[in-house]
Design a protein around this ligand. Structure first.
Ligand SMILES: [Zn+2]
Length: 292
């Protein structure tokens, strides 16, 4: 006897032709595992179920994946978008006041809305990730998370300004901040990666090509590969980023990443808002995962 039978719906199994479409199918679940998927009569032959869900006229499909979210930022929804520039004038100042008590509330809100709309896996890029992972753990969704690794130290902003830096210029890089944030990210990996039979996974999240040096990006890649885990990077998200890599390395962000071997199947490249069509093609050809 199986625990749960979802029966009578149209299935998208994502295997075989046509997205694995099965008309009038069924799914059998035992405990936390799907044990059978297929035509209704075949699956029902496994025997009666403790609970049957009639999905007639409905579509039954795998959970959707939100590959990039900053989950606690749901705290700013309905607020941040109304003010421009939203990051500097609204979202940033609001979030500077969010702490370990507030941020999990944003994550909980985002998970409730996500699951209600069919998303079951979340690529969460945020901090303080220990507190947010506790929410993911309790909620029951899958999560692939990272905490920001960056050589950007805003606390030194006044020093930069005194040295002639102005908004839009590439930000000076601070190797000490890079080392500290990398160590924090690796410790997070050690504490959480693989928990609950792999439901919670930790990957490494270098912030963006303009906020880390070439050496640090390669170092993060090396640490990720040692652990057989992925990297999650904001790519071509801002004209400032293209400008920074052009000034430092003579290449826009995506050609720069390509030139150092960062574009690869173990990279999740997110946003690409300021990528030229040939640059998008470069990322696609590399088999990096893309989330717009
Ligand atoms: Zn982001």
């Amino acid at each position: 006897m199986v625990d749960t039978l979802i029966t009578g719906g149209h299935l998208l199994t994502m295997q075989g032709d046509g997205a694995g479409f099965v008309e009038n199918g069924a799914v059998a679940i035992e405990g936390r595992r799907i044990v059978a998927v297929g035509p209704r009569e075949k699956v029902e032959a496994l025997g009666p179920a403790r609970r049957t869900i009639d999905a007639t006229g409905k579509l039954v499909m795998p959970g959707l994946i939100d590959a990039h979210t900053h989950s606690h930022s749901d705290l700013g929804r309905g607020w941040a978008q109304e003010v421009q520039p939203w990051m500097a004038s609204s979202y940033g100042p609001l979030m500077r006041h969010a702490d370990e008590r507030d941020s999990p509330i944003g994550t909980m809100l985002m998970l409730m809305e996500g699951v209600a709309n069919g998303t079951t896996t979340f690529g969460d890029y945020d901090r303080p990730m220990d507190a947010l992972l506790a929410v993911h753990e309790q909620f029951g969704n899958r999560a692939v998370v990272c905490e920001n690794i960056s050589e950007l130290n805003w606390d030194k902003r006044e020093e930069w300004v005194a040295q002639g830096w102005k908004p839009g210029d590439p930000t000076p890089l601070d190797p000490e901040t890079g080392e500290r944030t990398l160590a924090t990210a690796l410790a997070l990996y050690d504490r959480w990666h693989g928990r609950d039979e792999g439901r919670l996974r930790v990957i490494l999240g270098p912030h963006a090509p303009d906020f880390l040096s070439k050496e640090m990006l390669l170092r993060v890649q090396e640490e990720a590969r040692k652990r057989n885990t992925l990297m999650h990077l904001h790519v071509a998200q801002d004209p400032r980023e293209n400008n920074a890599t052009l000034q430092r390395y003579g290449l826009r962000a995506i050609p720069f990443l390509d030139s150092i071997g960062l574009l690869a199947p173990d990279l999740i490249a997110v946003h690409l808002c300021f990528a030229e069509p040939n640059e998008v093609e470069m990322v696609v050809r590399s088999l990096s995962l893309i989330h717009i």
